[in-house]
Design a protein around this ligand. Structure first.
Ligand code: ARG
Length: 593
């Protein structure tokens, strides 16, 4: 559906034209003084100087022509030359009616949809998921859904870290723990056992133990380095162990992501890109883009316009080993090969900004991706504790993601129970646990997504789980409230009919309609700017507008039945819009709360 602001602009342009003024100046925007008017146009001020006229004169001419407009109820020229505008009820309700009749509630879609790969999650195999991985999962999932909502083809890839030293550490630690020696026998030619020689819980202990040991035991560290190199150059037994590690670890990761309502189309990892490395490096050298520097192979990526130094991208260490950049470049080779995307978006901690600048430049320079392929880095800030420092357990350690989710589930359950006790409501413990999980997920995700992604934010369980203020539970509460009214209305035999929407009866109803019109462009804008927080601000304003309206309006007790049907249809549209938004943000609303 066309944007309401475009319709308004057209009306304004025609009025400027009719008065003989340049219609390029007829630009309308949402009012920054909502107490005075809904929209405003400052075009008269822009024209005044060139025309040698007082701006108020121009504004008055235009306002005069608009006096019989069907779009505006009022168009008022005010000093020094503003035109203050209020929409007419019929124009607004007509637009709302069309939104309600549309299956996407009038949202505009991408005109030229793209094929997009989103690289997010980025968990490291054999290490438990920790809160550092939370933001990538939550933001990446939202970006993926936003992209799809706007009509793009979007593929989510978890891009696991499964190729680093942690693998060598685990391989050596397992050897010392005495697992089946067959994996370490270089002469062995047969099949390896199909069952993994460790469980997920064991693996979670093996890695930290090995990592701690390598810091004190230099010989062990060297062994692990060697094992990593041997794994990477194809040693059979080690690769069999890698497969076991992956299998056990991925099953565990999937459980965690499921609790977050996050899922991936591709479960690829760094190891899947390795087969592309040798040819890629050879081509970079042959084409003259990569050169040796102190034994390492590097690509110069500095550009004249750089304001700070961008060091060369190292693609092979002097000992022949691959690096993080090598893997990311080879992954682009694989992605172009297998999917030929128009656009790749990385949702990764912003501290990796430099790495991605180097990788993107090297990829373009060496022709790994075409010049018009879009590469975006959405770098997010840290999730901090109340002390402003990166979030930790009470003991000061790194908190496992599963523990964090348990904590917020528990806090939400307590809040819901308190609420129920206050209202003397019946308590079905099992139902409460289920609802608490749904609401807790909203609290967690909204708490994250409502902040601009690039900024750090403070994880505050009390605030996130509150039913008041700009929180997930407040948004869900609004939806649940609407659902309950609709249920009551339907139980009394009423039906929702979008075609019966009337002109707004009062200022609160009009304000709700005005908020709803914003849905039309919010998804596309938020997606193009990779800014899920814009969807959050929209749902928050819309929820506020709804709750004001609801507070001031008797809907179920409404005597005028035509008015009642209209208000019910408006409520249903509000619910659909809110539910579309939270679905895109990656959570959902329960039936009751
Ligand atoms: N595994 C990495 C980490 O934990 C994140 C991976 C991000 N994605 C990428 N293509 N480099 O830091």
């Amino acid at each position: 559906m066309e944007k309401i602001i475009d319709l308004i602009n057209n009306e304004m342009a025609a009025a400027f034209d009719k008065c003989g003024y340049d219609k390029a100046a007829a630009v309308v925007s949402v009012s920054n003084r909502p107490d005075l008017c809904e929209y405003q146009c400052n075009g008269a001020m822009r024209l005044a100087k060139a025309l040698g006229k007082a701006p108020i004169e121009i504004a008055s001419d235009v306002a005069g022509v608009l006096s019989d407009s069907t779009v505006f109820e009022t168009a008022e020229a005010v000093k020094p030359g503003f035109i203050n505008l209020n929409l007419s009820g019929s124009f607004l309700s007509d637009y709302i009616k069309r939104m309600a009749a549309d299956s996407s509630c009038g949202a505009i879609k991408e005109e030229n949809p793209e094929k997009i790969i989103i690289d997010y999650g980025g968990p490291n195999v054999a290490k438990p998921l920790h809160v550092g991985h939370l933001r990538s999962a939550v933001i990446g999932e939202a970006i993926k859904r936003m992209g799809r909502f706007c009509g793009n083809e979007v593929i989510g890839d978890v891009h696991m870290g499964d190729w680093g030293l942690q693998m060598g550490l685990i391989i050596c630690q397992c050897q010392d723990k005495g697992i089946d020696p067959v994996y370490y026998d270089e002469d062995y030619q047969g099949e390896y056992p199909s069952e993994a020689p460790f469980t997920a819980a064991e693996l979670e202990e093996i890695y930290p133990a090995a990592s701690a040991r390598s810091k004190e035991d230099a010989a062990f560290h060297d062994r692990a380095l060697k094992a990593t190199a041997e794994l990477q150059s194809g040693r059979r037994g080690y690769n069999a162990l890698l497969s076991h590690i992956l299998e056990v670890s991925v099953a565990d990761m999937k459980k965690n992501y499921e609790r977050l309502n996050v899922d991936f189309d591709l479960w690829l990892g760094e190891s899947d890109a390795q087969k592309y490395v040798p040819d890629m490096l050879k081509k970079m050298e042959d084409d003259g883009y990569a050169h040796e520097d102190q034994g390492a192979l590097v690509v110069d990526v500095a550009e004249e316009s750089d304001s700070k130094e961008i060091p060369p991208c190292i693609v092979r260490k002097s000992d022949g080993a691959s690096l993080y950049a090598t893997t990311d470049l080879a992954t682009l080779v694989q992605r172009v090969n297998d999917y030929d995307p128009d656009h790749v978006i990385y949702v990764v901690d912003k501290r990796q900004q430099m790495h991605f600048t180097q990788v993107f430049r090297a990829a373009k320079k060496c022709g790994i991706v075409s010049p018009d392929m879009k590469l975006d880095f959405l770098g997010f800030g840290t999730m901090n504790g109340k002390d402003g420092q990166p979030f930790k357990t009470r003991e000061g350690g790194v908190m496992k993601l599963s523990v964090l989710i348990d904590e917020i589930d528990e806090a939400m359950k307590e809040k819901i129970l308190d609420n129920k006790k206050e209202q003397n409501a019946d308590i079905d413990e099992e139902e409460v646990v289920k609802t608490a999980r749904t609401v807790a997920l909203a609290a967690l995700k909204y708490g994250d997504l409502s902040n601009q992604a690039t900024k750090n934010y403070i994880f505050d369980i009390d605030r996130f789980t509150s039913f008041e203020g700009n929180t997930g539970p407040y948004i869900l509460y609004t939806i649940v409230r609407i659902k309950s009214i609709l249920r009551k209305y339907q139980a009394e035999g009423g039906a929702v009919d979008p075609s019966c929407i009337l002109e707004p009866a009062d200022a609160n109803e009009k304000a709700l309609m005005n908020e709803l019109t914003g849905f039309n462009g919010v998804m596309l804008t938020a997606f193009r700017e990779l800014a899920p927080h814009k969807i959050c601000s929209f749902v928050y304003s819309l929820s506020n507008a709804f709750n004001h309206f609801y507070h001031e309006t008797k809907i179920m007790g409404q005597e005028d039945k035509a008015r009642q049907s209209s208000q019910i249809a408006l409520l249903d549209l509000t619910r659909r819009v809110l539910e579309s938004c939270i679905d895109v943000l990656g959570f959902s609303a329960p039936e009751y709360m």
